[in-house]
Design a binder for this molecule. Structure first.
Ligand SMILES: Cc1cc2nc3c(=O)[nH]c(=O)nc-3n(C[C@H](O)[C@H](O)[C@H](O)COP(=O)(O)OP(=O)(O)OC[C@H]3O[C@@H](n4cnc5c(N)ncnc54)[C@H](O)[C@@H]3O)c2cc1C
Length: 445
């Protein structure tokens, strides 16, 4: 049993048993004798979907080898435990980039498929799974299957966003996109209110990446103010720009210990939001366009090692949901967050596009998607998050399992109507803390 296996939200802190998986040809018998097993990428999920307290984790970080890069087409094959950071280090100097990336590069290829992650380019690229050409899956009975949209296509669809429950992905082949420069042209546009956000979003179709920071503590005339960031990959200013540029490394700054819980309270968040909004609005007024390296643009939090410690030893809850854009639900939910006084300073708003996700349990779907952190204040936080969950159910939206540890079984069924079709593909030896919770009252087992 080890305490080294945590999810990014710090809590739950249950010790986990782990089996290290270092070779693609390791026999499936290594999984035998456990009550259940679950693949573990790099624990960048916030809740309990990457934990398996009642069984063992299959730690895939030893599966960290590249297999091939076709320099002409940008097709990359790598083992499942290779991190996005390492992929970028190797492919950017060759003029390629990840087709979709979340807000951290410290996740693995297997983890990206397990949650069918999305990025700031969802409106033009859809979710990560759309760019997966195929993967090799090991089932607990020793079967090894190549899955693609054409081959074992149902298992392919169940595994993308399948929360690690259909087997162990050993390696995957993905399609990269071509770039000329490691830099991004970024424009910052301040906005006031959700209608203004949507207008800018509609006006940004020719930007590859769009996302907004939302002030979720401001009320009155400042309600739903924010900063909209839209960007595209830059053109090269010199012929050797791709290879010359050194990439910043993780953890230049580090949070050395858990902050006391009083450090982040309603007042400090309000103050932070006010300063952040004002200074960035001023910058935008002076001419909103800047040329930024892709690292700080895509991964601003990665430069602060252990940033999750600012929430103290009790950790925090992350809540991310998507609701239909015209339902009015986002405004209602946002008002209840503002009223609760528990809003976070990390609130990220994105309008998802229409491109369908390939996974049976994929989270991304058309609508307005908001992600927030809530410092763990026990029952008070749980009541707020449960209220948000009910509002999302009523609106016909969904909560993201990668960021959740409170979702009820009935809410899960409402968010993921394909759960019955999915459950047929679960490997009988696989389970997770998340899965045991949401399948508790099931009629589909
Ligand atoms: C700062 C930060 C920003 C983030 N931003 C975003 C964002 O913008 N968009 C987004 O979508 N997510 C975002 N996330 C969440 C993160 O991208 C996902 O939770 C991702 O899946 C984590 O990958 P991991 O490799 O750490 O896997 P884990 O968290 O360890 O596991 C994730 C899931 O994948 C399964 N899995 C892992 N490896 C395999 C394998 N080899 N075979 C089969 N299943 C496997 C696991 O069982 C688990 O269900 C963010 C997280 C952080 C910390």
């Amino acid at each position: 049993m080890s305490n080294a296996y945590r999810s990014w939200g710090v809590d739950p802190q249950t010790p986990q048993k782990a089996i290290r998986w270092g070779w693609r040809d390791a026999p499936a018998e290594q999984m035998a004798g456990q009550q259940s097993v679950l693949p573990f990428g790099n624990g960048r999920s916030y809740g309990d979907s990457c934990l398996n307290t009642a069984g063992a984790l299959l730690d895939t970080r030893g599966l960290d080898r590249f297999v091939a890069l076709d320099a002409a087409t940008g097709v990359l094959t790598a083992e499942a435990g290779v991190s996005f950071q390492h992929i970028l280090q190797h492919v950017v100097p060759r003029g390629w980039f990840l087709p979709v990336t979340p807000g951290t590069q410290f996740l693995t290829l297997g983890g990206a498929i397990g949650n069918d992650v999305h990025g700031k380019n969802h409106h033009v690229a859809g979710a990560f799974g759309r760019h997966v050409r195929q993967f090799e899956l090991l089932r607990s009975d020793g079967t090894r299957l190549i899955c693609s949209p054409e081959k074992n296509s149902e298992l392919f669809a169940a595994t993308i966003g399948g929360l690690g429950l259909t087997g162990l992905i050993l390696s995957a082949e993905i399609q990269l996109i071509s770039i000329d420069s490691p830099f991004m042209d970024v424009e910052t546009v301040p906005f006031s209110g959700l209608e203004a956000f949507r207008a800018i979003s509609a006006d940004s179709a020719d930007f590859d990446y769009t996302v907004a920071w939302l002030d979720c503590v401001a009320s009155g005339k400042n309600f739903a103010r924010g900063l909209f960031y839209r960007a595209r990959h830059s053109a090269a200013l010199s012929s050797d720009e791709l290879t010359r540029e050194k990439q910043p490394v993780e953890g230049r700054l580090s949070i050395p210990f858990n902050f006391p819980s009083i450090a982040l309270n309603g007042l400090s968040i309000k103050l932070f939001n006010e300063l952040y909004y004002r200074s960035n609005s001023k910058k935008a007024a002076r001419g909103g366009m800047s040329r930024d390296h892709y690292q700080p643009y895509f991964y601003p939090l990665d430069s602060i090692a252990n940033w999750n410690r600012i929430y103290g030893s009790k950790g925090f809850y992350q809540c991310q949901f998507v609701v239909p854009a015209d339902s009015g639900a986002l405004e209602m939910i946002l008002r209840s967050i503002v009223e609760s006084g528990m809003g976070s300073f990390l609130a990220v708003l994105k309008e998802f596009g229409e491109l369908a996700s390939p996974g049976l349990l994929s989270f991304p779907r058309p609508g307005l998607c908001l992600a927030l952190d809530f410092s763990n204040r026990g029952l008070k936080s749980r009541i707020l998050i449960e209220r948000i969950e009910q509002q999302v159910v009523a609106a016909g939206g969904a909560v993201y399992p990668a960021k959740d540890r409170l979702m009820s079984a009935s809410a899960f069924r409402s968010f993921f109507p394909a759960h019955e079709a999915f459950s047929r593909w679960i490997d009988p030896a696989f389970s997770s803390d998340f899965w045991r919770r949401v399948s508790m009252e099931t009629h589909f087992e």
